[in-house]
Write a protein that binds this ligand. Structure first.
Ligand SMILES: [Fe+2]
Length: 297
């Protein structure tokens, strides 16, 4: 859907915007305001293509429009760009038998999540920049949690309003280890540094003040006042709703494509590709900033 000469909505609900005719190497004040306004108006995901000329420094400058850029201390330094620890390489890149990028094998199951809801403060968003893409597979899916929340019935909104969920990195790590046996269990130090935290199922965005669902079920160990079965049924129902086609777009990457998203109101999910046949390399930058307003009231 075209909503302006240089903007195209990526879903029928209005979630997601492609911004055209933008060069992120030239961040003048006008461009900055188009980017920031577009980011919030999009419901939390903007796509910009043809940026293959960007340097790591220019990527950092761009991402810093939305928050402070994280230094990726928790990742293997071999996965970070030299002199730019803000830039984490993700993919199947190898050199001399050593992994040079964080490799998370995806399977057909769509693992919807907002990044790191198990820590507080949570990173408020991330940017993925495509360096190398397979000709098929490796797409990333995005879903708008504000649009999905708005579309819930009054009864469901009332039901979930008081509920909180326990988000746990260990829960996620054990889940990922089933398909990624190379991934080690968390050390006791990591478990101590990242204990489970509580978040409501409905949050309020600190900038737009729109409410959004927070239903990252692969991070969620339990929901307040519900037994395990009830919690899983509710989470699955909410996730099914939130990932209906009108709230979702999938992006098939080309080198130079860039998407920046807002973890406070958008989820995303990876797709597999044939890693024995093709290479995929993405740069990811993550930003910190103002947190969601917890009770959503
Ligand atoms: Fe992610």
């Amino acid at each position: 859907m075209a909503i302006g000469n240089n903007q195209t909505s990526l879903t029928s609900s209005g979630f997601g915007l492609e911004l055209k005719d933008i060069d992120l190497a030239e961040l003048d004040d006008n461009t900055k305001s188009i980017l920031v306004e577009g980011f919030y108006a999009s419901g939390g995901a903007i796509l910009i293509r043809n940026q293959q000329h960007l340097t790591p420094k220019q990527l950092c400058d761009f991402v810093s429009l939305f928050g402070s850029v994280e230094k990726n201390e928790k990742y293997d330094p071999n996965f970070l760009e030299p002199d730019f620890p803000e830039v984490l390489r993700i993919g199947n890149l190898m050199e001399d038998g050593q992994r040079k990028a964080l490799w998370i094998k995806s399977d057909e199951e769509r693992l919807w999540h907002s990044d790191d809801t198990f820590r507080h403060p949570q990173p408020i968003g991330s940017c993925l920049f495509c360096v190398t893409a397979p000709p098929t597979g490796g797409e990333t899916w995005f879903a708008g949690m504000g649009e999905a929340y708005d579309d819930l019935t009054f009864e469901i909104k009332q039901k979930i309003k008081p509920l909180t969920a326990l988000h746990s990195y260990n829960h996620l790590n054990e889940f990922l280890r089933k398909t990624n046996p190379h991934r080690p269990p968390l050390s006791s130090e990591m478990r101590k540094n990242l204990p489970p935290i509580t978040r409501p199922l409905v949050v309020e965005h600190p900038v737009t003040h729109k409410k959004a669902l927070c239903v990252t079920n692969i991070h969620i160990e339990a929901i307040s006042d519900l037994d395990e079965t009830e919690a899983r049924v509710l989470l699955n129902d909410l996730l099914d709703h939130a990932t209906k086609p009108e709230f979702v777009f999938s992006h098939a990457w080309k080198p130079g494509d860039l998407i920046v998203w807002d973890n406070r109101c958008a989820m995303h999910a990876p797709s597999p590709f044939d890693e024995n046949k093709y290479n995929r390399l993405m740069y990811r930058l993550t930003m910190n900033g103002e947190q969601v307003i917890p009770d959503g009231n």
